[in-house]
Design a protein around this ligand. Structure first.
Ligand SMILES: NC(=O)c1ccc[n+]([C@@H]2O[C@H](COP(=O)([O-])OP(=O)(O)OC[C@H]3O[C@@H](n4cnc5c(N)ncnc54)[C@H](OP(=O)(O)O)[C@@H]3O)[C@@H](O)[C@H]2O)c1
Length: 347
């Protein structure tokens, strides 16, 4: 719109200069205008002026290799509100949200193996994120929804499970019998990590405040440590792998729990390399997946869930219109499992 406005108000009276710009602006807007004219719109929580606001926007159309998902639930991740801070206001990331569950509603050209009506989970990608009634997703970023989980629970899988899988399996190569410490075991990534480490036969130790102990035991933690009653690094030793989901400070303290040659996988901040060398341990961050397909990770976690070995605890499920409240809760940093946004289908 701004482009059209500038073209219309150009100082130059030369129509030969204005015409190409106007044509370009119209070409950009054509799909949106066509969607609005055809009535194919949806509600979405859009970033505007650095805030979340519910707006009516054009419904996305799937391209080659993509499906459109009618979203039933979206998972909330700290990355969502951190992304808002990074990209700043206006325009750069209009629809946030990385986690979705829902039903395939349209299939793009050259897609095989997926049909309308199938229930799926997806790693969505802002600016076409999951805080909306619909999202278009490449097929290598979706997986079939676990039979064992509701849409709300299943929406809590993608980011948490992929992060935990990459940390424990791709980076740390956790094997049967190893002692694994999950710092922040009750959160989204932490609870995924407890279950994935357990599925590999590890002995799992988790830190949390006491209110999460029963939950952590129920998802397979062998030992739980209350971080509020003293330094956790004095209560655990001979660990092979630490996954730190809390802070750099915790990561540095956790070094003392590791065996020589053990591995610290850190997810927050930047652990100084010289501290790792001095502690005679290895340190690694899973890093960005760089657009790597999510389906291979999601399929393995779905298989665990279908076998009853992976579940998602939903602490709060709020309507999409309450996304700002979900962010407020997420920023407090004490969620058990996941915060979820419920998304109503279009009438
Ligand atoms: N680098 C990556 O690829 C990547 C990917 C995903 C997430 N992350 C980051 O990883 C962090 C965790 O993400 P998340 O989704 O798991 O967050 P989350 O669900 O909000 O984590 C909340 C959990 O952290 C626990 N916690 C807070 N302070 C703690 C402490 N001092 N010791 C032990 N547990 C503590 C809380 O337990 P209590 O209630 O007991 O305090 C709560 O259960 C975030 O900073 C996120 O941005 C990084």
């Amino acid at each position: 719109m701004r482009l059209l406005y500038s073209a219309y108000h150009m100082r130059t009276p030369n129509p030969r200069k204005a015409a190409p710009l106007l044509a370009f602006g119209l070409a950009l807007l054509a799909p949106s205008l066509a969607a609005l004219a055809a009535g194919s719109t949806m509600s979405a929580m859009v970033v505007s002026g650095g805030r979340l606001t519910m707006q009516t926007v054009p419904m996305p159309e799937p391209g080659a290799g993509e499906v459109r998902i009618a979203i039933r639930a979206a998972g909330v991740n700290p990355a969502d509100w951190k992304m808002l801070r990074m990209t700043g206001p206006a325009g750069a990331a209009p629809i946030l949200g990385l986690d979705a569950s829902g039903i395939i509603d349209a299939v793009g050209p050259s897609v095989s193996g997926w049909r309308r009506g199938e229930a799926v989970i997806a790693l969505t990608r802002p600016p076409h994120g999951s805080y909306a009634q619909y999202a278009v997703v490449p097929v290598d970023f979706i997986a079939r929804k676990p039979r064992t989980l509701t849409f709300e629970q299943a929406a809590g899988i993608p980011v948490a499970a992929i992060t935990a899988w990459r940390s424990l399996i791709d980076v740390a190569h956790v094997t049967r019998g190893q002692r694994v410490l999950i710092d922040g075991g009750a959160g989204g990534v932490g609870s995924a990590a407890v279950q994935i480490a357990k599925s590999r036969g590890a002995y799992v130790i988790a830190t949390a405040s006491a209110r999460h102990f029963r939950f952590l035991r129920s998802i397979g933690a062998d030992e739980v440590i209350d971080y509020t009653t003293g330094p956790f690094e004095q209560k655990v030793k001979d660990v092979d792998v630490v996954v730190d989901t809390v802070s750099v400070e915790d990561g540095i303290r956790a070094m003392r729990t590791l065996k020589p040659g053990g591995m610290l996988v850190w997810l927050v901040g930047q652990v100084p390399a010289d501290r790792c060398a001095a502690a005679r341990i290895r340190c690694a961050k899973p890093g960005s997946s760089g657009g790597q397909p999510a389906t291979p990770y999601l399929d393995q976690v779905v298989a665990l869930a279908n076998a009853g070995r992976y579940r998602v605890s939903v602490e709060h499920a709020l309507p999409l219109s309450d996304a700002a409240e979900a962010w407020r809760l997420s920023k407090q940093g004490h969620t058990r499992g996941k915060l979820i946004l419920r998304i109503a289908a279009r009438p």
